[in-house]
Design a protein around this ligand. Sequence first.
Ligand code: CP
Length: 355
Amino acid sequence: MTMTLYGRDLITTQDWPVEYIERALELAVEFKEDRYNHPLRNCLDRRTFAMFFYNPSVRTRQSFEAAATELGGHAQFLEPKSMRLKSAKSAGETIEDAAKVMSRYFVGIGIRILETAIEEYGQGDELLREYAQHASIPIVSMAHDRFHPCQGLADVMGMRQHAGDLKGKKLLQVWGKGALVRSWSSVQESILINSRLGMDVTLCHPEGYDLDPEVIKWCEENAEASDSTFEIVHDLEEGYDGANFVYSRNWMTSDFYDLASKHGIEEAKKRETQKAMKYDDWITTKDWMDKADDAFFTHCGPVDRNSEVTDEVVDGPKSIVYDIAENRLHVQKAVMALTMARTEAEDYPPEEFGI
Ligand code: CP
């Protein structure tokens, strides 16, 4: 199959055929092994990638910026306050016009828009898809309310680094108490991509912390198509039993957006935190890890230490969190090279590279 990744958006890995996901992961491994001398090291020579952040970041901004540099290009940081865009509350330029104008300057646009920048679940996803509809260059999610594709790719790359073939291995995606009030993006991306690629995924959370029903339906379909299993449990013993990977992460209830509209973001966060912190057992400890199958501990970051997971586990010998953070750089280089670059490197002809 000829890969036609050039020009493609990446809003969730669920939108990409498995072959494209595998191609990106394969190139990411090449970039990790040959970080500065890979034949594609200059494939974004003099090109600019726009990074449009509605919400803050450690990993995402820095890894995209480094990725653009390492491919010979540049990443430009943008915030809503640096533009004059139309919104529900203010007059300004439409997304259609902004997307068309930005397409004249850049080779791709990354967008991060999370819970505190939107009024209801799904608005962030709609915004990315509206940019994608009007831009003539790829739109890449840098985490939005529904998905976080680059995180999902980095997670898979990291788990493969440590355990090889993941088919049939059990991933426990477990809710953790926490004070940071997290969106659903990383968790939903994780259960989607891993059910798609053949892991046995167990989603474990207290009653009332349900995720997007459409995403759950896709996970069930993914598992059926990849001959794996997808289950939801509310019992921690059942969740940890036999797990090969444990990924604990806090996420908000679906009430968050209603609370925020009625009482404001800060009050909504306060109420979510008060509720979440009552679940004493929902923290990944060494005792819980001992119930799993010599499992690796993974997390997308930022880690809410001693709420989602104890220091002992996150700093322990089975933790792979920093490898996964590093992988953000490699997978994003791969995504940028595949979707945004037209390479003429003599030793890396485009037809062999698949672009
Ligand atoms: N995992 C992740 O996206 O981290 P940042 O919020 O720090 O970018």
